[in-house]
Design a binder for this molecule. Sequence first.
Ligand SMILES: NC(=O)c1ccc[n+]([C@@H]2O[C@H](COP(=O)([O-])OP(=O)(O)OC[C@H]3O[C@@H](n4cnc5c(N)ncnc54)[C@H](OP(=O)(O)O)[C@@H]3O)[C@@H](O)[C@H]2O)c1
Length: 212
Amino acid sequence: MNVLVAGSHGQVGQHVTGMLAESDHEVRGMVRDESQVSDIEDLGAEAVVADLTEDVTHAVRGCDAVVFAAGSGGEDVLGVDRDGAINIIETAEEQGADRFVMLSSINADSPEESPEALREYLNAKAEADERLRETELTYTIVRPGALTNEEGTGRIRTGADLDRDDSEIPREDVAETLVTALPMESTYERTFEVLAGTEPIAEALENPLNEE
Ligand SMILES: NC(=O)c1ccc[n+]([C@@H]2O[C@H](COP(=O)([O-])OP(=O)(O)OC[C@H]3O[C@@H](n4cnc5c(N)ncnc54)[C@H](OP(=O)(O)O)[C@@H]3O)[C@@H](O)[C@H]2O)c1
């Protein structure tokens, strides 16, 4: 597959880009700044400079799939996490991509369960997720808990509404979840939460909603 990684230079995005580049996929990493191009090339991917708040047609053209790992970091929540995400979702559909894997967030559907400061962000993520579900794209929406920089374990737990006792997950495991989900039909048209756990990632993704 030809895969575009949005947010390729981010912390999750760099893991995603490196993992995809080591696989059979052709990878294009989208960055905002020319100075980030060499880092993406060092990961084994082609780089494209584009901004989610502007036209991204040139970045998406020719891609079969998009993995969205970008985020505002709180700087321009509506412009990036909502409108920027919707911009690339709609462009992917227009350009004939088939597949879209979205890095969303736990509590995107229940912002009231999070501190007030996060609610605008969670609502923005929910709106982008909803727009993605309305398209013809084959989507997977992955909703992790709090991201850490611990080394990945390769093990997770997934479900529609996980208990939040330990609500963290290493970025590396989130990245592996996004990459592993990409070709897995069991994750198509699914929205699920993901936290650190005990099940190998590929096994957990065979039944991401833990359905009977
Ligand atoms: N932090 C958490 O606990 C948590 C929990 C659940 C979900 N998430 C989601 O996971 C995402 C990724 O996390 P992370 O730690 O990898 O974030 P990160 O390191 O801040 O990476 C975000 C990437 O998005 C890029 N970006 C920002 N605005 C853009 C724009 N207008 N156009 C194109 N690219 C843009 C950034 O580019 P630059 O490199 O140029 O800044 C950066 O590379 C977060 O943004 C959030 O939505 C986070």
